[in-house]
Write a protein that binds this ligand. Sequence first.
Ligand SMILES: CC1=C(CCC(=O)O)c2cc3nc(cc4[nH]c(cc5[nH]c(cc1n2)c(C)c5CCC(=O)O)c(CCC(=O)O)c4C)C(CCC(=O)O)=C3C
Ligand SMILES: [Fe+2]
Length: 348
Amino acid sequence: MSVDALLLLSFGGPEGEADVRPFLENVTRGRGVPPERLDEVAQHYLHFGGVSPINQLNRDIIEAVRAELAAQGIDLPVYFGNRNWHPMVEDTVGKMVADGVRTALVFPTSAYGGYSACRQYDEDITRARASVGDNAPDLVKLRQFFDHPLFVEPFADAVLAAREQLPRDVPFRLVFTAHSIPVSFDATAGPREEGGHRYSRQIAEAARLVAAAAGVAEYDVVWQSRSGPPQVPWLEPDIVDHIDALHADGVRAVLVCPVGFVSDHLEVVWDLDTEARERAEEHGMAFARAATPGPDPRFAQLVVELIREHVADAPARKLSALPSAGCTANGTFCATACCEPPARRRPA
Ligand SMILES: CC1=C(CCC(=O)O)c2cc3nc(cc4[nH]c(cc5[nH]c(cc1n2)c(C)c5CCC(=O)O)c(CCC(=O)O)c4C)C(CCC(=O)O)=C3C
Ligand SMILES: [Fe+2]
């Protein structure tokens, strides 16, 4: 297959105080997130001057991918577009058209399946192509990479590095976290015939692979960053409640690995480095958080390897038997009814 560009497609985040409200409105339009929750999340962003770390982290990934492409002799311009904040993907695809791009690969900054982690990026691609009309380039999305060795290995090394921050003589509990989603979204994640739960199954599998690579036998998988109205059930337990439970069980040191995320964006630096850490410290527990793989050189190698699956027929390396879907053209879905968002319940 011949391609003339790569598009890194991400979530986006505010870059100053004035951006916070309009950004949150973009994220939550029609999604039934209660205003109290929005006020709370706005405060998290304002705590950091209204600047989300996600944009600079993505620019850093793009620089590393450019360098890795050059090192491997692949001549491919790299573009950057987001769902919720500038550079908006619609504008970026407009720029690609002006530059004469006919076919581009799309790297979404999420390793997993499910509506929020996969299918919503297909919707972004469809919207962006529609916004530029007849000249829209073909946009081929790269596959899910939750079990790729170049995703698992940096996490495993990060777990070992974080372990060094904990007291040597105290046994620790390894706890993996991922973004919670409504239980109903997890139930419809994946193609219908597969019976759902593709998101939580892939998270469980990534956690198993990272723990095995780090040589840690006992671990938990929990959730973080719940949103939505309180009467709608989301995946549980929450990391902060889990720290209470571990404390009650006599655990004295906790090592949190945010396996659901590619980089240290706001949910990681707020919900883990601030809230979870504070709760652990209130209990007198030692706390360490493993780094995310985004800034690791192996992450850029991962992106280029996924590109090479298309441009050089490179073999698709994966460590688990679970399907890695998500590779589709022009915003089509992997399968009929795949990762369909169930009807959202509004707050009463
Ligand atoms: C599975 C998943 C990922 C991982 C996959 C991926 O990475 O794509 C993810 C990533 C992210 N989520 C992010 C930010 C937000 N997510 C929100 C709300 C929601 N997330 C959801 C799910 C996910 N989200 C869901 C089901 C909602 C409820 C509303 C809805 O049904 O859609 C809200 C609204 C306020 C609130 O938190 O309630 C914000 C601000 C940022 C940027 C952070 C930064 O600025 O650094 C990133 C990377
Ligand atoms: Fe989110």
